[in-house]
Design a protein around this ligand. Structure first.
Ligand code: PEP
Length: 266
C-alpha cells in the first residue's frame, strides 16, 4: 500500500503520567506555549493528570497546544465514584484523550472491551481518542509480525463509524519499549504502523486509512525521533520520559516539523 504522508499533520504528544506537581505544570507551559508551531503545521498535545486539566486548558488558551486527558470513563454521568466523565472533559475544553495506554491495561485491568467502550464514549462527547495499541515482546520476537496489534485495532474500533474514525489517532507502543530506554528500530516501528494502516484499510477503506494518523511511542528521544518520524506510516510520537523536559519536548516538535517537510523513508 502506498502511503501519502503529507495528507496527515504530524502530531507530537507528551505523556506526563503522574510525574508533575502544579508549579511544574505552570513552568512547563510558560516555556512551551508560544514556542510550538501552528496546529496546521505540527499538532502538539500534553497528557496530564485530571487535577491539572482545568489549569492547563486556561493556560493554553492562546497556544496551539492541545490538552489531553490520560484516561476517561465510558459513562457520561452517574454513580461511578473516582472516574472521570467524558462529558465533563469535553465541557472543560479538553481536546484529546489517551485510551488504553499500556499502563492502564497492565495496572488497572483495562481490556479491549473497556477500551472500545471508552473510545465510543469519547467520540460521542466530541473528544478525540488517541487509542494505544501495545504489543508484547514475546509474541513479537516469535513471529516478527505485529498480529496482536492488528487484533487490538479491530477490537478498539468496533462500532466506530466512517465519520467518527476521522477523529481517531492510533498510537502504536510496543510494551517492551515503553520506559525501557530501548526504542523499537525505525524499521520495526514502520512495519507495525504499516500493518495497522492495512488493518484500517480493511476495516474502513484505503482512502480513509490514508488520513488516519499513527504515532509511535516507546523510549522516543531527540536522538531517535527523526528516524522514527521519517518513516512513511509514522505520523508523530507519543513520548513519556523525554517529554518531561520542556526543551526536549520543543526539540521533538522541531524534529516533527523537519521530517514532515522531507520525503518519507520507505
Ligand atoms: C508512554 O508512556 O507512552 C511512553 C512512550 O513512555 P516513554 O517515552 O518513557 O517510553
Amino acid at each position: 500500500m502506498t502511503t501519502y504522508k503529507n495528507c496527515r499533520i504530524p502530531f507530537v504528544v507528551a505523556n506526563w503520567k503522574i510525574n508533575k506537581l502544579q508549579g511544574q505544570v505552570f513552568d512547563y507551559l510558560e516555556k512551551v506555549n508560544q514556542q510550538v508551531p501552528d496546529s496546521s503545521v505540527v499538532e502538539t498535545g500534553i497528557a496530564a493528570q485530571d487535577i491539572f486539566l482545568a489549569d492547563m486548558v486556561r493556560e493554553t488558551e492562546n497556544s496551539p497546544i492541545h490538552v489531553v486527558a490520560e484516561n476517561v470513563h465510558w459513562q457520561d454521568a452517574g454513580a461511578y465514584t473516582g472516574e472521570t466523565s467524558p462529558r465533563a472533559l469535553a465541557d472543560l475544553g479538553v481536546t484529546y484523550v489517551l485510551i488504553g495506554h499500556f499502563e492502564r491495561r497492565k495496572f488497572f485491568n483495562e481490556t479491549d472491551a473497556t477500551v472500545n467502550l471508552k473510545v465510543m464514549a469519547a467520540l460521542r462527547n466530541g473528544l478525540k481518542p488517541i487509542v494505544d495499541i501495545d504489543e508484547d515482546m514475546s509474541v513479537y520476537t516469535q513471529s516478527m509480525e505485529a498480529q496482536p496489534a492488528v487484533a487490538q485495532v479491530a477490537a478498539a474500533l468496533a462500532g466506530v463509524s466512517v465519520d467518527q474514525i476521522r477523529n481517531v489517532t492510533i498510537a502504536y507502543e510496543p510494551t517492551w519499549a515503553i520506559g525501557s530506554g530501548e526504542a523499537a528500530s525505525a524499521q520495526q516501528a514502520q512495519k507495525a504502523a504499516q500493518l495497522i494502516r492495512q488493518t484500517l484499510a480493511q476495516l474502513y477503506s484505503p482512502s480513509i486509512a490514508e488520513k488516519i494518523r499513527i504515532l509511535y511511542g516507546g523510549s522516543v528521544d531527540i536522538n531517535n525521533a527523526a528516524q522514527i518520524m521519517g518513516q512513511a506510516d509514522i505520523d508523530g510520537v507519543l513520548v513519556g520520559r523525554a517529554a518531561l523536559d520542556p526543551e526536549q519536548f520543543l526539540s521533538l516538535v522541531a524534529i516533527a516539523q523537519q521530517t514532515s517537510s522531507s520525503q518519507p523513508a520507505d
